[in-house]
Design a protein around this ligand. Structure first.
Ligand code: NAG
Ligand code: NAG
Ligand code: NAG
Length: 341
């Protein structure tokens, strides 16, 4: 695979027991069946990936991902849905344009979307030894705070970050706020979910309380799960590549030199980075994959080619102009920037 040739330069340390795969864009739409079930339009616009049974309501009791007839993910038994907000550029004249996405290293030709990881342990590390229990049908979760406005609020979460890409392989440093200067190749956002489950609830009122971070350490150091959430689950992790390089002309940035990018719900700090997940792997395909150590080119799950991934799309429910210059963000939001220093 192409990935094998670029892996060494893209990631510093090789590893095993790690699924890394692309999911193309299923749809860009103003719906959110986790936070705003049944509501169309939802307050802000998202990019959504995965199984095509995605709908404004996803009843956990009905295991709706199994109604999908295709998925935009490379692993063809993965009908999960993955979604994040999208990024906009605000020009000096006050109008906005959606920032296009580009494929991560090794995934040329994939239309938008993101890279999804399921790992036994935290970081790219040969010692992937933890036994993990796959998520169950009906399981869903959210991580982040859409209302976060300060660094302190953002610091409650481990590893919701931005990387200013010099090259496609740049991975550090990671920041909690938008990069302040133009980034040559683009901006990567990362969303890492907690890994410890309470063992009982498929969801919770804030979509987070049924999950917990390890008792100590960040995700890299893989501390023990707390007694309240004793079940270790895969480290789910998204990487999204935003092609901000088209917007690097400083003449179009704010006169005070501050950064011009904004999340689709108006956050211009970056502190409100968040992501959503709705499990939908077929039968025990995820458990089997997690029990078969491998690194990136994982032979256990069935795969489909890029053309088939890109072909799996659904029609948006809400008609938005997602390609032109617009006076406000979809849903009527305006960018809110705060002085950070
Ligand atoms: C979405 O749900 C509606 C009912 O709420 C249903 O009529 C429609 O067929 C569903 N769409 C898909 C793609 O399943
Ligand atoms: C999906 O799962 C539900 C709940 O287990 C089941 O009732 C339904 O028949 C399944 N549908 C398909 C298409 O497999
Ligand atoms: C605003 O600025 C952008 C970038 O320079 C330009 O493409 C767009 O046409 C401008 N829009 C208006 C309404 O002036």
């Amino acid at each position: 695979m192409k990935w094998a040739a670029t892996a060494a330069s893209a990631l510093l340390v090789p590893a095993n027991a790690l699924l890394r795969f692309p999911c193309a864009q299923l749809v860009i739409d103003r719906v959110d069946p986790l936070v705003n079930p049944g509501l169309s339009p939802s307050p802000h616009i998202h990019q959504i990936l995965g199984g095509n049974s995605f709908n404004i309501t996803m009843d956990p009791a009905k295991d709706m991902p199994n109604e999908s007839t295709c998925t935009s993910c490379q692993f063809s038994e993965d009908f999960s849905n993955y979604w994040t907000a999208i990024l906009y550029f605000k020009a000096r004249n006050g109008t906005y344009k959606r920032v296009p996405q580009f494929p991560n290293a090794g995934f040329d030709g994939v239309n938008g979307g993101m890279t999804v990881y399921y790992m036994q342990d935290g970081l790219y590390n040969f010692a992937q030894t933890s036994k993990v229990q796959a998520f169950k049908p009906g399981f869903r979760m959210y991580i982040g705070d859409v209302n976060a406005k300060t660094r302190e609020q953002a610091e409650r979460f481990r590893q919701l970050t931005f990387t200013c890409l010099d090259t496609i392989g740049t991975r550090d440093p990671q920041t909690l706020d938008f990069p302040e200067a133009p980034c040559k190749t683009g901006i990567m956002t990362a969303v890492r979910f907690p890994t410890c489950w309470d063992g009982q609830n498929l969801d919770s009122p804030d979509h987070m309380a049924h999950m917990s971070y390890p008792e100590s350490g960040t995700f890299e150091s893989g501390g023990p799960c707390p007694a309240s959430h004793p079940v270790r689950m895969p480290q789910l992790f998204y990487e999204v590549m935003w092609d901000t390089s088209k917007f690097n002309d400083k003449a179009d940035w704010p006169e005070d030199g501050s950064q011009p990018f904004v999340w689709s719900f108006g956050d211009g700090t970056g502190y409100a980075n968040h992501g959503d997940y709705l499990f939908g792997w077929k039968d025990d395909a995820l458990q089997r994959a997690m029990d078969s150590p491998c690194y990136v080119n994982c032979p256990t799950p069935k795969t489909q080619n890029t053309q088939a991934m890109n072909a799996c799309t659904i029609k948006p429910r809400v008609n938005e102009d997602i390609d032109g210059w617009v006076k406000e963000l979809p849903g009527g939001h305006q960018a809110q920037y705060v002085k950070r220093r």
